[in-house]
Design a protein around this ligand. Structure first.
Ligand code: ACO
Ligand code: KIV
Ligand code: MN
Length: 520
């Protein structure tokens, strides 16, 4: 096949990705993810392993029928029954593909107890059978990177002669290194007759953290299909991450002059959906799609970013579907970032005012991991009479197996002490009911989240409470070794902030930011 600069993206989130322990998706979720992958421009969707279960068969069949642009592929072992079932599932696709495989390394040959010749014969029969059913057949020698080179060349040639249109070279156990990954593809292209008439694919696992590097090395050597998953989901340490390969080819096109058909602005959305439906959250510092991938906290970085984003960013957040770079405010931030963040929040401060807020901001940042927008609003409006109208004075909660749980609460509200006893479904509910009784309000609770900051039973619990009232959002946070106390403080904190926001919005004005000048 004449070498082209176009690299096909074969997404196996729904097959290899779903093989991650605990990542099982529902039927509807699989259909939704397949649609998102199709819209994003994936070339081939491996939708499942049809013989594995009725559910997998139904998912592959329905994805095959619903997919508009991409080829839809199913996996099949090297036997007629698997291949027939796979064909039954994919045959209604606009562009169906059968993917059949067998383990060719010495370790894998021992499992079905086939010698080299018997396995070669099995490959010939099964690929021929698949090709009689389907024009587009992919064949994989599982554990290729641990297969003897001569034998690998022999079986790849057999598969090509039997009609395989794509030969996929899996590094099933994530053992290979970039140099070897490239050399393997180069060797196959040089040694196997007919190799130039088919597409070589690379399928890497991340056991040594080299999946993306290995995939890119294979592309440079001549592979023109990369098999990957969203967020690198997959068995053990996962598969090659689609977003990493696609963005590496885009950002370093100068040294890797290849292109994919992916609309990269859709990456973030697909990543979030896959994280949600699979129940596998993306690690914060994950390349491309991690929460911190475009976040900058340290002052020197933030200052550079504000002057010229290219100083510390090699790609624009918009390229992966994020609206803007996230300047995270914390103890490493400087004045430039603080000024910019406050402007975003509607506060345009004079230099002396900024210096004053900066001192208090650093003090707060020393005590807090991350300083949120609400904290900054509180800092700049600290002298305002409405700040901290509510204060927690005393809380005693009775809980245990004999309900109902009871909270005795004393709060200072506008300088006056008030007490109440309330019950609820659990200690936190009883406490929140007590707060509502002493200070009735119409805000609805949107988020209540507890996280442990340190380990052990004496860990600090950090509680976040988000309230909403007529489009105004206020978040309160607090940390305490007593989770119920942290919850009460976070709730009261959120109400105080809501009151600030309420007062700063003119009557009938539902703008959600507060201007320092208005406040002044
Ligand atoms: C590297 C990879 O990702 S390979 C894909 C792995 N994915 C999966 O296995 C997920 C889906 N799998 C399943 O649902 C089940 O394993 C099934 C339905 C496919 C098979 O279930 P069972 O019949 O109970 O077999 P079991 O899982 O215990 O063992 C696998 C069998 O397949 C055989 N086998 C494995 N790979 C192949 C292959 N490529 N070609 C032919 N036979 C194979 C094994 O030798 C074993 O056969 P045996 O039972 O005669 O010894
Ligand atoms: C089925 C094959 C392609 C596979 O997933 C692997 O070898 O990792
Ligand atoms: Mn795999």
């Amino acid at each position: 096949m004449p070498q082209t600069d176009r690299v096909k993206i074969f997404d196996t989130t729904l097959r290899d990705g779903e093989q991650s322990p605990g990542a099982t998706m529902t039927h509807e979720e699989k259909l939704e993810i397949a649609q998102l992958l199709d819209e994003m421009g994936v070339d081939i969707i491996e939708a499942g392993f049809p013989i594995a279960s009725e559910g997998d068969f139904r998912a592959v069949s329905e994805i095959a029928k619903a997919t508009r642009n991409a080829s839809v592929c199913g996996l099949a072992r090297a036997n007629f029954k698997d291949i027939d079932r796979c064909w039954e599932a994919v045959r209604h696709a606009k562009a169906p593909r059968i993917h059949t495989f067998i383990g060719t390394s010495p370790l894998h040959r021992a499992i079905p107890n086939l010698d080299m010749d018997q396995m070669a014969e099995r490959i010939h029969e099964t690929v021929t059978h698949a090709r009689n059913l389907c024009e587009d057949v992919q064949w994989s020698p599982m554990d290729a990177t641990r297969t003897e080179h001569d034998y690998l060349c022999r079986v790849v040639e057999i598969a090509i002669k039997a009609g395989a249109t794509t030969i996929n070279i899996p590094d099933t156990v994530g053992y290979t290194a970039p140099r070897e990954s490239a050399a393997l593809i180069r060797m196959l292209l040089e040694r196997v007759p007919g190799a130039d008439a088919i597409t070589f694919a690379t399928h890497c696992h991340n056991d040594l953290g080299m999946a993306t590097a290995n995939s890119l090395a294979a592309v440079e050597a001549g592979a023109r299909q990369v098999e990957c998953t969203i967020n690198g989901l997959g068995e053990r340490a996962g598969n090659t991450a689609l977003e990493e390969v696609v963005m590496a080819l885009k950002v370093r096109h100068d040294i890797m002059p290849y292109r994919t058909g992916i609309d990269t602005t859709k990456i973030m959305n697909v990543s979030r959906r896959v994280a949600t439906v699979s129940g596998f959250p993306v690690q914060f510092n994950k390349a491309i799609v991690g929460k911190n991938a475009f976040a900058h906290e340290s002052g020197i970085h933030q200052d550079g970013m504000l002057k010229n984003a290219e100083t510390f960013e090699i790609m624009r957040p918009q390229d992966v579907g994020l609206s803007e770079t996230n300047l995270v405010m914390g103890k490493h931030s400087g004045r430039a970032a603080l000024r910019s963040k406050l402007r975003e929040l509607g506060f345009d401060l004079a230099d002396n005012q900024l210096n004053d807020v900066f001192v208090r901001f650093k003090d707060l940042a020393d005590r807090k991991k991350e300083v949120f927008d609400e904290d900054l609003i509180a800092l700049v409006t600290q002298n305002d009479a409405s700040a901290d109208r509510l204060k927690l004075k005393h809380l005693r909660v009775v809980c245990g197996t004999e309900g109902p749980q009871t909270a005795d609460l004393t709060m200072e509200i506008d300088g006056e002490e008030k007490k109440v006893t309330a019950t609820g479904d659990g200690p936190v509910d009883a406490t929140f009911n007590a707060v509502r009784t002493l200070f009735p309000h119409g805000a609805t609770l949107q988020v209540y989240q507890v996280a442990a900051v340190t380990e052990g039973t004496d860990a600090q619990a950090t509680v976040s409470v988000r309230l909403e009232e007529q489009g105004r959002i206020a978040t309160g946070q607090s940390a305490d070794t007593d989770t119920v106390v942290a919850s009460a403080k976070a709730y009261i904190n959120a109400i105080n902030r809501l009151l600030v926001r309420r007062e700063k919005s003119a009557p009938g004005d539902d703008t959600k930011t507060v201007s320092y000048r208005d406040a002044g």
